[in-house]
Ligand binder design. Structure first.
Ligand code: GCU
Length: 621
């Protein structure tokens, strides 16, 4: 009998996570071979700060409008679908009617719509395949990290289902430990951006439904006990105490967690409890608080056992006091602009540092200290850039217009996306506002739906402010903000289009505002369209002069609103929208940008810039 080597002996005594996962899979498959269920993906806070094996680059793709790669002619999920990445063999008793090795390539990250003219309008499933080599280490978990995939996505590694995910704007991580092996591997993804009524967002949006693997993809390897989520923030009120928690998946109660800020000579440790969490609270000397004027970031090491995450983050407090917003205890006015994640110049879904630097660079040039990232969670690259450049952020869950508010499945989807948004991005000093929704109808069922989300967000993160962009109603020349949802919010957002969808620009001069809440108000949208370079009388729509005139009348009106504590006019840059076909003017772009998608600044840019730089707009208290 062959003697067992020490290593083999160790394996018999303490089987590795890989072996456990493999056995669990075999048991599941034995139980129901067709049941292609896979563990739900998880959220990894600070995933972009971890060492990773990038899977970005060219992926083979097959457009599959009838989804025949996954569903049979009787619409049953196939067990021999294209996820097997099968190659035809001579003598096969059946045809193999796809071959990724011969398929065209698309870049990842990147939407498919702007990479190939024939795909600009395409809504449906697209298959992606990529080969990679890997050397797994012992006693580790391997996660397939997906920055975002719009809208519904499925992932397989070496033919084994890794995960399924719904939601196009949040990151998720699929455990592929049992599927990855040493040497050559392949990953297959199916991404379907077909719009459905019960999606979040639903059928109608005023932005292009860019499909695909729109953000970075990588493999992240962590020890068997690893830090999956953590929250570190400056406690309100007190001088400088940092508090929060660190959750360690797969840890033993009593295991140690450490948090260190070397630059401040500050270090603390805490024990993990039964729930895998270690509570953090320690005082620090000499901390420089983060603010738009001083966007100070600190290296923060979070350690637990074999695992560690090296964060780069700022510390600040945000709260309200009556109708004021206090940043680090001082009243602040949010000089902002709204931004879609549309890539400048090349168009398509933004994802890169360069995209973020360009968009936020323009916002800084405008004189902003605040940006509303609409209408869905933006990329971590954008949030890191906001931390670095000193821009406060409104981050929004894509509860947009008229969802199926009476459908519990839709609520569950909105909750899942909210959890992913908050748990992924909770350590960005820049984010001060979680927005629950935009322009939803003031019905009872809608209010309950969003109140549920708002209390969930408060439970997940009591350190930030909850808001939403509300529709306003009018009586004569009075605009009234009394949507019942306002009760559930810390800060009221309101959208109005005086001078564009209603009235003339000068109508603003005679408009009064009635705000039924003693809370800070942010005018989260106002503005009008203009084709860059189109000039004429200021009474002529679509000219730069007309758009500039809207702003010239809006600013004094807004200055009349006592509790106005911020604004984010619509919108920094023109963006692609299926609702905007006006030939020669819109050409499928929403033209309310202060800058065109080709970087041409319109007159309104200078009107707002002057007001922001002269400080003639807004009162912090
Ligand atoms: C709405 C909406 C935006 C839209 C804008 C517009 O208020 O929130 O998503 O793009 O108006 O009509 O331009």
């Amino acid at each position: 009998m062959k003697l067992l080597s020490a290593r083999m002996f160790a394996r018999v005594i303490a089987p590795s996570p890989r072996l456990i996962a493999l056995v669990a899979l075999l048991v599941a498959l034995a139980a129901a071979p067709g049941a292609w269920s896979a563990p739900a993906p998880i959220v990894l806070t600070g995933a972009d700060r971890r060492p990773a094996t990038s899977l970005n680059g060219e992926w083979a793709t097959i457009v599959d409008p009838y989804f025949s790669g996954l569903f049979s002619f009787h619409h049953q999920e196939k067990s021999n679908g294209w996820f097997l990445n099968r190659k035809a063999r001579p003598g096969d008793p059946f045809p193999t009617e796809y071959d990724f090795s011969k398929a065209p390539k698309l870049k990842v990250p990147g939407d498919w719509n702007t990479q190939h003219e024939s795909l600009l309008y395409y809504e449906g499933p697209v298959w992606y395949e990529r080969d990679f080599t890997y050397q797994p280490r012992e006693r580790t978990h391997i996660f397939l990290h997906v920055g975002a995939a719009n809208y519904h996505s499925w992932f397989w590694v070496n033919g084994q289902k890794a995960c399924e995910h719904e939601g196009g704007y949040t990151a998720f991580n699929c455990d592929v430990t049992s599927a990855v092996h040493a040497g050559a591997n392949f990953v297959v993804a199916a991404v379907d951006n077909t719009r459905h009524e019960d999606n979040v967002p639903t059928l109608e949006t005023d932005w292009w439904n860019y499909g695909g693997l729109t953000r970075e993809i990588s493999l992240i390897e962590v020890p068997d006990a690893f830090i999956d989520q953590y929250d570190l923030h400056l406690s309100r009120g007190e001088g400088s105490a940092i508090e929060g928690w660190v959750h360690v998946a797969g840890s033993q109660p009593g295991a140690k967690v450490e948090v260190e800020i070397p630059e401040l000579n500050a270090k603390t440790s805490a024990d993990v409890g039964d729930d895998g969490r270690a509570a953090i609270h320690f005082s620090v000397e000499g901390l420089k608080r983060w603010s738009p004027d001083t966007p100070k970031l600190y290296k923060v090491a979070v350690r637990a056992g074999q695992d560690s995450v090296d964060e780069l983050m700022g510390f600040r407090t945000v709260e309200t006091r009556g109708t004021e917003i206090l940043l680090n205890g001082k009243p602040i006015f949010l000089r902002g602009v709204s931004i879609h994640a549309e890539a400048p110049y090349r168009t398509g879904r933004a994802y890169s540092d360069k995209d973020a630097e360009t968009l936020l660079g323009w916002a800084k040039e405008l004189g902003c200290n605040f940006v509303r990232l609409a209408h869905y969670p933006h990329d971590e690259t954008m949030l890191r850039a906001a931390d670095r450049m000193g821009l406060l952020v409104w981050s929004e869950n894509p509860v947009y217009w008229a969802l199926e508010f009476d459908n519990p499945k839709v609520l569950a989807k909105a909750e899942q996306q909210l959890d992913e948004e908050i748990n992924t991005s909770r350590n960005h000093a820049a984010i001060i506002l979680w927005s629950m929704a935009n322009e939803t109808p003031a019905t009872e069922v809608r209010t309950q739906f969003i109140e549920t989300l708002a209390s969930r967000a408060r439970g997940l993160d009591p350190t930030r402010l909850i808001t939403a962009a509300l529709l306003v109603r009018g009586e004569g020349h009075t605009k009234i903000v009394d949507d019942p949802l306002g009760k559930a919010l810390d800060v009221i957002g309101a959208n109005e289009y005086i001078g564009w969808y209603e009235g003339k620009p000068e109508t603003a001069d005679v408009t009064k505002w009635q705000i039924d809440y003693q809370k800070p108000l942010i005018m989260s949208e106002f503005g009008g369209g203009a084709k860059a370079g189109l000039h004429g009388a200021e009474t002529v729509r679509w000219t730069e002069e007309y758009q500039a005139d809207i702003f010239r009348h809006q600013l004094p009106m807004l200055n009349q609103i006592d509790q106005l504590r911020g604004m984010s006019p619509w919108v920094l840059m023109d963006f692609r929208s299926p609702n905007r076909p006006l030939a020669g003017i819109q050409d499928e772009f929403n033209r309310k940008g202060l800058i065109s998608e080709q970087g041409e600044k319109k007159q309104a840019f200078s009107v707002l810039q002057k007001a922001y730089k002269d400080g003639t707009i807004g009162k912090a208290e």
